[in-house]
Design a protein around this ligand. Structure first.
Ligand code: SF4
Length: 274
């Protein structure tokens, strides 16, 4: 049996050595809030990535490619894009701003929605070149700028939503205290009863960033996504057939999950508990 190389470091680190952040301790028993206890439990389940220190523009490109698709599908698209447009002497933003849309679309076809994504990538690259002059200058802004300003600036660009903006802050800036909310994070913390059942993405983000210590937010984001794929999936959460199957069951209120009937609804559609 061949062994896959494991690119993950052996310890939990939230916040990269180049981008700030700090090593975090993961002890569910010592957590101050339920949200923190959840993240700590996830810390026992999963390997962790090191955050920060990535180039901001490449991070933006990577996150746009990953929209509505899996990492398995978006990684080859990212690699093909870098191979074609990211030569050693080339500025990636310049190269993408000048790209022929059909050629870019074909290059990233494995990521799905390639027509829309190629259009967004070119528009974002044109914006970076117009506003900052180069990808390198944008990288410096994402890394060193005021986080709120970076976030607001990114959100003003068409095709860039809150999750993409937060991923740039987290992965490029290594900003502690940023807990990007994607579809898994949005579903899981409302199911658990950690966030209100009817909270939107921003509402869930506010709860998590208030309740989870800054150094653990980055880890919490990626680990929750992994947990959402493996255990608490949208249609068939692990607890549906077997209450013992979920390692977070004791921290969860199962809002909208009904093991008695096998029914699962969005937490916002679940009748309120008395
Ligand atoms: S107990 Fe069920 S609903 Fe709660 S986190 Fe686990 S799998 Fe998800």
């Amino acid at each position: 049996m061949s062994e896959e190389p494991d690119p993950e470091p052996a310890v939990n680190i939230s916040g990269g050595p180049d981008g700030g952040g700090a090593a975090a301790e993961f002890d569910p028993a010592a957590a101050d809030t339920r949200a923190e206890a959840v993240v700590d439990r996830l810390g026992e389940l999963y390997w962790t990535k090191t955050y920060g220190g990535r180039d901001g523009f490449e991070c933006l490109v990577r996150t746009i490619l990953s929209q509505n698709t899996s990492d398995v599908a978006s990684q080859p698209a990212h690699d093909a894009l870098i191979e074609r447009y990211g030569g050693a002497d080339a500025d990636l933003a310049d190269a993408l701003a000048d790209a022929e849309r059909s050629v870019l679309a074909e290059t990233i076809s494995s990521a799905g929605l390639y027509n829309r994504k190629s259009k967004t990538l070119i528009e974002v690259a044109e914006w970076v070149v117009a506003e900052f002059g180069s990808a390198a200058a944008f990288d410096a802004f994402a890394r060193d700028g005021d986080p709120e300003e970076v976030r607001e600036t990114l959100l003003s660009v068409r095709g860039v939503g809150p999750k993409t903006a937060d991923c740039v802050l987290l992965f490029a800036g290594g900003r502690a205290g940023v807990f990007p909310v994607d579809t898994h994070v949005h579903r899981i913390y409302r199911r658990m009863g950690v966030a209100p059942a009817d909270a939107d993405h921003e509402g869930v983000r506010e709860v998590l960033e208030a309740d989870v210590p800054a150094a653990k937010c980055g880890f919490g984001h990626t680990a929750t996504i992994q947990f959402g794929r493996e255990y608490c999936t949208a249609r068939k959460p692990a607890c549906l057939d077997d209450p013992e199957a979920c390692p977070l069951a004791d921290l969860c209120e199962q809002v909208g999950v009904y093991p008695e009937t096998g029914e699962v609804v969005d937490p916002a559609a679940a009748p309120e508990a008395d």
